[in-house]
Design a protein around this ligand. Structure first.
Ligand code: ZN
Length: 349
């Protein structure tokens, strides 16, 4: 077997599809190729966009097609990795009259595999971001388990398990993704931490996503401002609530605005309680936290760490490091590549 093995990582997003050829150490040969994903124009159009982007990535890399062992794809939605079927993807579909018909049970992996004659593996994008963070980020490919939370419009997450965390019949090396019985596992954002809390998009109440997503942070700041006319945020937003963003809250926090610091303290506490729950279940060495909201930095992370320490079982907390995620820029592409590498090695062994 050729020592230099190449795979292709593909990140299918609602706006763009990106693809790059990766070496076996996870480094990309070139910047990813990128094209619009035509998510609203039906399956065939999106499939063509994916194929075209993969071909461009191969051309750009100069690697011969024969040297490519497989393709790994990150897809935003519920993906059944076993069958390569996208069960449900809310950003993708086609307009039927007035109605937007979203993807249901679309055999995407097979369709790409048929065209390219290479094995194609898929997983949910948040899960693959966790695998990328494990292999090439803070997990360094060796940590005994990693949990990733990504903070943004919603809260995504993933769980990477290692042989060290299970007892019995496990023969895998390095980290593997928890995907669950039908591919829907690892929905960390929907861990419920407040009974009868605010309603979440998933239908339940009090999920960590409902409490700490971008809009919830903004609403929390606005609610506090109504009782706090002296907050610096009034000046920064020019008394216009529509101008409040997590960035602006951080700007105020940097200037030691009490209200802004309180917001990050409270959001960090929610996240820390959720992280403690995950630590108690999975006993990972790393809890990585990424996404746009994680840019709030020190005030947020201090609160997360404190709440994690206060709520996790001490002997489990002891071995765990809470850290900003390192690999989020190309997480989908890298996670796809990591999955493709893992699958091609599993086949060989
Ligand atoms: Zn939820």
């Amino acid at each position: 077997m050729n020592e230099t093995e190449f795979v292709i990582g593909v990140d299918l997003g609602g706006t763009n599809v990106r693809a790059a050829v990766a070496k076996s150490d996870g480094s990309l040969t070139h910047e990813p190729a990128q094209n619009p994903s035509f998510a609203q124009e039906g399956f065939d159009r999106t499939k063509q966009a994916i194929l075209q982007t993969i071909q461009e990535a191969i051309r750009r890399s100069g690697v011969s097609e024969n040297a490519i062992a497989g393709i790994g794809m990150a897809v935003p939605g519920h993906v059944d990795a076993e069958t390569g079927v996208v069960r449900w993807a809310p950003n993708f579909g086609v307009k039927k009259g007035e109605r937007f018909e979203i993807w249901h049970d679309v055999p995407l992996a097979q369709a790409i595999q048929r065209e390219l004659g290479k094995p194609v593996h898929m997983s949910n994008d948040a899960n693959l971001a966790a695998l990328a963070e494990y292999m090439y980020g803070s997990g360094k490919g060796t940590a005994k388990g990693l949990i990733l939370l990504t903070l943004g419009t919603g809260i995504g997450g993933g769980v990477v398990l290692t042989r060290a965390q299970v007892q019995g019949n496990a023969f895998w090396d390095s980290g593997v993704l928890l995907v669950g019985a039908n591919g829907g596992g690892g929905e960390l954002g929907h861990a419920i931490i407040v009974m009868n809390g605010p309603q979440c998009g998933c239908g339940a109440n009090g999920c960590i996503e409902a409490l700490a997503k971008r809009d919830a942070i903004i609403e929390r700041a606005i609610a506090k401002m109504r009782h706090n006319p002296k907050s610096l945020l009034w000046e920064l937003c020019e008394s216009d609530f529509t101008k409040i963003t997590p960035r602006l809250i951080s700007e105020a926090a940097e200037k030691q605005d009490t209200l802004a610091l309180e917001v990050w303290e409270e959001i960090g506490t929610f996240l820390g309680v959720a992280a403690a729950t995950f630590i108690n279940i999975f006993n990972p060495e790393i809890v990585a936290i990424g996404g746009q909201i994680a840019k709030a930095g020190v005030p947020l992370f201090n609160a997360i760490e404190r709440a994690t320490r206060d709520h996790a079982v001490p002997s489990l907390y002891e071995v765990c490091r809470v850290t900003p995620a390192e690999k989020l820029e190309e997480a989908g592409v890298l996670g796809g590549a990591a999955l493709a590498l893992q699958m091609s090695r599993a086949k060989r062994n």
